[in-house]
Design a protein around this ligand. Structure first.
Ligand SMILES: [Fe+2]
Length: 333
């Protein structure tokens, strides 16, 4: 087992000290083409698209190319695609609409969570988030027709809190590099595609760090992951710790999430670089695949889309396929 060098369970550290690469913002897209950066640094590439419409016209060959970027662990940045708020909505750019408990305000179907206010105000807030949901889903359906049947169902979030706010624990500290995996929600290999949009009214960028490829991270951290115990998945489901049974894949993903965040040597020394998303920018990535950490920023929308393996353009690049290759085991059950 690999020793976890400086594992500090509740330690918190300044992200600026961890930036291994100079700050290189996404390049502007040339007319009619894409601009990519990052791959040469050995970290997740960021490919910039010149798209300024939430319902763009996309040729099939371009869909395939853009899907290749995402499904191979890259980020698609659309710096010209802003989500505009109308005069009645800009008042929601204020932390006072948070209920003080939940990290984000979220819309789950028609139910609003994490917000506080009068009923009429909350209805208007929900309508704004619903409008972002429709815009994000329209964008994804236009970019990736194959994902189209799977757009409904997942939560949409509005994030008025500063991203650098101190989390409750190291596991919840998203300023540390990680891939997304959730302890209570096994997904058995379903993908987690996320659409983000920075709506900061004061010119503040959303700043991320992105890390090495999923496979490089997995090969480095898997040796320290303990195997799932016999009966563990069934017991967790029985005790309702998990919604449904955790698969071997879920177990590995969760442990990779935890090991990356707990290992301060990994956080400091692994390949990474800073990426800045300006206000008015939208970006997409598979957050179960791209090593990412949020450094700073405030006011953002996010739409999650869960995709089954058969919706993918490059299923052999998925975290499930990579982990099955690396471990030599079937992990779906
Ligand atoms: Fe995350």
């Amino acid at each position: 087992m690999r020793a976890c060098g400086r594992c500090v369970p509740d330690g918190h550290f300044g992200a600026a000290a961890l930036i291994a690469e100079p700050n290189v913002p996404p390049a502007s897209a040339p007319p009619g083409g894409d601009a990519a950066d990052g791959a040469a640094h050995g970290v997740a590439p960021v490919v910039t698209l010149a798209i300024s419409d939430w319902h763009p016209s996309v040729a099939p060959a371009d869909s395939d190319r853009h899907a290749g970027v995402l499904e191979n662990g890259g980020v698609l940045a659309l710096p010209q695609l802003a989500f505009g708020l109308d005069a009645r909505e800009t008042r929601f750019l204020d932390v006072r609409w948070s209920d003080g408990h939940a990290k984000n305000i979220s819309l789950d179907g028609t139910r609003l969570h994490g917000a506080a206010g009068a009923a009429a105000d909350l209805a208007a807030l929900a309508a704004m988030i619903e409008r972002f949901r429709r815009s994000a889903n329209t964008l994804v359906a236009a970019l990736f027709p194959r994902y189209g049947p799977w757009l409904a169902g997942a939560r949409t979030s509005f994030r008025p809190q500063p991203a650098s706010r101190r989390p409750a624990s190291w596991r919840k500290d998203d300023t540390r590099l990680h891939v997304d995996a959730f302890p209570s929600r096994p997904n058995r290999g379903q993908r987690i595609l996320r659409v983000f949009c920075n709506v900061n009214p004061a010119g503040e960028d959303r700043v991320w760090r992105v890390g090495e490829s999923f496979e490089a991270m997995a090969r480095r951290l898997l040796p320290g992951v303990r195997p799932m115990l016999p009966g563990e998945a069934a017991l967790l489901a029985l005790l309702r710790v998990t919604r449904g049974r955790r698969s071997a894949y879920d177990h590995l993903m969760l442990n990779l999430h935890d090991r990356a965040k707990a290992d301060l040597d990994y956080q400091a020394a692994s390949a990474q670089r800073e990426v800045r998303f300006r206000p008015g920018a939208t970006w997409l990535c598979f957050s179960d695949q791209v090593m990412h950490a949020v450094v700073s920023g405030q006011y953002m929308f996010e739409q999650t889309i869960h995709l089954p393996a058969n919706a993918l353009y490059r299923p052999d690049s998925s975290p499930l396929a990579v982990l099955e290759r690396v471990t030599g085991r079937a992990l779906g059950r």
